[in-house]
Design a protein around this ligand. Structure first.
Ligand code: GSH
Length: 204
């Protein structure tokens, strides 16, 4: 069977979510670097894989999956033996709530602030930082009396939300004010196989 391929950019938090789950699941795969800085995501060959011109993209035989949350669902169902994505109606919905948060409030808050600071993306930095702080207040409240975001055990909800929360200091939002959020990040970091988030460009 052909090895799974992950189209990847080392500093992408969205790609990190997928690398992290692959590592936590112990799945062997090949990393295919896509040089976003050089515009490789806009080449015809890459557009054939993902018309939305973004990493990550996962290729498993004839199956091509784009979008980090969709890829996490695919990997959890295929390799997670039910552990990372519950199969009951409420259990799966609880996970989907946080996959949606990763694609909205986290993307528009801490992820955007990081994109502006590190990569010079366009956008309102102060508004992104404020959205990040509001999100962290809500996350802090949610984590009162909880160990993991969506279940009694770690799920892809935790993996999807981890990367850009952990990287928030890169965007100028230090996490000191949210101790439960920091403890939750530390719990994830202790899971066997956990892969650390990307380094800052100057450290890479
Ligand atoms: N919703 C997508 C967002 C993916 C995304 O924003 N990818 C960025 C890197 S983190 C990208 O490929 N940017 C290149 C570009 O937009 O030109 C996901 O979760 O995978």
């Amino acid at each position: 069977m052909a090895r799974i391929r992950l189209y990847d950019f080392p500093l992408s938090g969205n790609a990190h979510k997928v690398r992290n789950l692959l590592a936590l699941l112990g799945v062997d795969y090949e990393r295919v670097p896509v040089d976003l800085a050089a515009g490789e995501q806009r080449t015809r060959a890459f557009e054939d894989l993902n018309p939305f011109r973004q990493v990550p993209v996962l290729v498993d035989g004839a199956t091509v999956v784009r979008d980090s949350s969709a890829i996490l669902v695919y990997l959890a169902r295929k390799f997670g033996r039910g552990a990372w994505l519950p199969v009951d109606a409420e259990g799966e919905a609880r996970v989907q709530e946080w996959l949606a948060t990763a694609s909205t409030a986290i993307a528009d808050g801490p992820a955007l602030a990081r994109l502006i600071v590190l990569f010079g993306a366009e956008g309102d930095l102060e508004a992104a930082r404020e959205r990040a702080r509001t999100l962290f207040d809500r996350l802090e409240g949610h984590l009162a009396g909880r160990v993991w975001l969506a279940a009694e055990h770690p799920t892809i909800a935790d993996v999807a939300c981890y990367s850009y929360v952990a990287l928030a200091p890169d965007g100028g939002v230090p996490l000191e004010a949210w101790p439960r959020v920091r403890s939750w990040l530390e719990r994830l970091e202790k899971l066997p196989g956990f892969e650390p988030a990307p380094l800052r460009p100057e450290a890479a």
